[in-house]
Design a protein around this ligand. Structure first.
Ligand code: ATP
Ligand code: MG
Length: 594
């Protein structure tokens, strides 16, 4: 039996930033965090200035900011000075093609260097950046560009031809299309401009726009796990959260080599795959290629990665690839591993501890929060299965909504430990979203006044234990009500994953005339295990023993894959719709093959 807590042993030579959690929480203020950044004259604040210019004009100018690993085995290093010059050129080029402050630039590209240069250059010009995941089809691309009134799009020739050309006439706002990486010299598609030529003609000098802290900087679409994706609006001031969380939750020091495996098409890949690492002056790794267990282990080892930020789905795939493969590598430099996006099963935390030699630190946030809110931090003991504690500057509550006529009129705050309720955050942290694009009403409904101040309601259910650790129970939509119990799918999935045959599990509630909803599990198996009636019975028995008959699944189906979003989240609503023969709803973010 494993202990419930992983105790931390700290490296005395290298204490983490957040050594004394409680003291730092008490003394922390957002204004003090902001004072650690540079700012621009007149109270202006610009993300790209803090991420690049601040370093490019100082001692870190010649440090590698971005090491790009090409899918074909080549690699390119960009120093902070290089990023500064290139993003200046991009900003100048945007201005020359007629983009102005407040215009929206959409990005649709694989993880190529131009993508990173474009993000920084656009922000410098005060142009709003909206990244799209490059595997989207034409329809999701069109919907988002229309909703965001995209004025320009940066993409590649092949993506343009396959996905954009056919919808171009439907995109009335879209005036400019920039084609990146057209190195083979093939002609630029008609109606588009070649980026290389524009950059060559542009100036290496550019005065970063003196953006107001509350000026729009980024538009991020949510993952679409529970329904139609929402466009969350973020401002330049978010940089203060990116900075503080990079320090506290990821423990970034400027000699770190940091790898965030998320694609910048999603908020994690932007907040922590571009902005936070640069703010801390680290070297960040960008891998163009898709997931491959052996490649990933090689990158961790050969690039001497020190801090690694990944996702539960990736960890589960590594686990599936087997311990033998992992044991062929040594990760001498790795000192901190964190994960976000879905609940991290205790089994995965332990896997890190045993196989990588480091436990995995779960942390929680959403597109709407713009940055990490609750985290297992370096000096904090880990309770596997818990997402940790609210970071300095973040006040989190467990609440129950008071609903009248189907609208929330208030909340009851639950201070007692171990009770389930909705996670709410006191409004006002710098990276809080400032609206849902085109849906003011829905935005307003996310907030409620309470005796503890104005709260943002997250729609995630949690409980807080007596030590102040938060435990994820489930998304409000996914929670199963069975015979008077509220059952979070995560608990059931984690118990199933403890069985050696199980690679992944997705759990739903199925309407049942007697008990309201019956728990049903979909399970995929690890290599070497075959689906059989005997195994099904064994798993049912295993779950009953672990969870008790009220919570354990009544039914288990074997499946080769679970439907998941392109950002790697299990789409339980789809498992449910398919099981019940209901319409599938918005599937624009569904990973192909799901
Ligand atoms: P949509 O809002 O469109 O349904 P989404 O909520 O999945 O999609 P994101 O903003 O990308 O879109 O994901 C945030 C959500 O992911 C959180 O609200 C939570 O449900 C889940 N999540 C993120 N991190 C964790 C974590 N550490 N533990 C449990 N759940 C997490
Ligand atoms: Mg959401």
């Amino acid at each position: 039996m494993r202990p419930p807590v992983i105790r931390k042993k700290l490296d005395a030579l290298r204490p983490p930033h957040l050594l004394d959690f409680e003291r730092e929480r008490t003394s922390f203020s957002w204004s003090q965090a902001r004072a650690e950044l540079q700012g621009l004259p007149g109270g202006a604040l610009n993300i790209a200035h803090e991420a690049v210019e601040r370093h490019a004009r100082g001692a870190r100018a010649n440090r590698v900011a971005l090491r790009w690993l090409g899918a074909g085995g080549d690699s390119i290093d960009f120093t902070y000075a290089d990023l500064s010059a290139l993003s200046n050129r991009f900003a100048d080029a945007l201005t020359r093609v007629g983009l102005a402050r407040g215009d929206v630039l959409f990005l649709l590209a694989p993880r190529i260097p131009e993508l990173y240069i474009a993000v920084l250059g656009a922000l410098k010009a005060g142009v709003v950046v909206s990244p799209l995941f490059s595997a989207f089809g034409p329809e999701p691309i069109a919907t988002r560009i229309r909703l965001g009134r995209g004025r320009a799009l940066l993409t590649t020739r092949s993506l343009y031809e396959r996905k954009v050309a056919s919808i171009r006439t439907q995109l009335e706002s879209l005036q400019t299309v920039l084609i990146a990486g057209n190195h083979e010299g093939a002609p630029v598609p008609e109606g588009a401009l070649g980026l290389d030529a524009l950059l060559d003609a542009a100036s290496e000098r550019f005065d970063t726009a003196a953006t107001r802290p509350d000026e729009l900087a980024l538009l991020h679409f949510t993952s679409g796990t529970t329904g139609k994706p929402k466009g969350a609006m973020h401002v330049h001031e978010a940089v203060v959260t990116h900075y503080a969380t990079g320090k506290y939750a990821l423990d970034l020091h400027d000699d770190d080599v940091f790898w965030c495996t998320a694609d910048p098409g999603w908020v994690t890949g932007m907040s922590y795959g571009v902005i936070a690492p640069l703010l801390h002056g680290v070297t960040m790794i960008v891998d163009e290629a898709e997931f491959d267990a052996e490649r990933w282990y090689r990158i961790l080892r050969d690039e001497r990665v020190t801090v690694w930020y990944t996702a539960p789905t990736a960890v589960r795939m590594l686990m599936k690839a087997g311990t033998e493969l992992a044991r062929q590598f040594r990760f001498d430099r790795l000192r901190f591993v964190a994960s976000v996006g879905e609940p991290l099963n205790p089994e995965a935390v332990w896997w890190g501890h045993e196989v990588l030699g480091l436990p995995i630190h779960d942390n929680w946030w959403q597109t709407e929060t713009g940055g990490i809110m609750i985290a297992n931090t370096p000096a904090l003991d880990i309770k596997p299965g818990s997402m940790g504690k609210p970071l300095p500057g973040v006040d989190a509550f467990v609440v129950r909504r008071r609903v009248e006529n189907e609208s929330t009129v208030g909340v009851e705050i639950i201070d007692a430990p171990d009770e389930e309720g909705e996670l709410a955050l006191r409004a006002g942290w710098p990276s809080m979203f400032r609206g849902y694009l085109g849906n003011e009403e829905r935005y307003r409904k996310c907030f409620v006044d309470s005796p503890r101040g104005r709260l943002y309601l997250t729609e995630d259910l949690v409980r807080r234990d007596a030590d102040g650790y938060f435990w994820f129970v489930g998304r409000a939509d996914d929670v199963i009500k069975s015979a008077g119990h509220l059952i979070g799918p995560f608990e059931v999935e984690s118990a199933l994953m403890e069985h050696p045959a199980v690679a992944e599990a997705g759990v739903i509630g199925k309407p049942d005339p007697v008990i309201g909803e019956a728990v049903k599990a979909f399970v995929s198996l690890k290599p070497g295990f075959a689906a059989s009636e005997a195994l099904r019975l064994e798993l049912l028995g295993h779950a009953r023993k672990r969870l008790g008959p009220a919570v354990a699944p009544k039914e288990i189906d074997f499946t080769t894959t679970l439907p998941r979003t392109r950002s790697g989240k299990i789409m339980r609503r789809l498992l449910r719709a398919r099981e019940l023969g209901l319409p599938e709803g918005d599937t624009s973010t569904l990973e192909s093959g799901g």
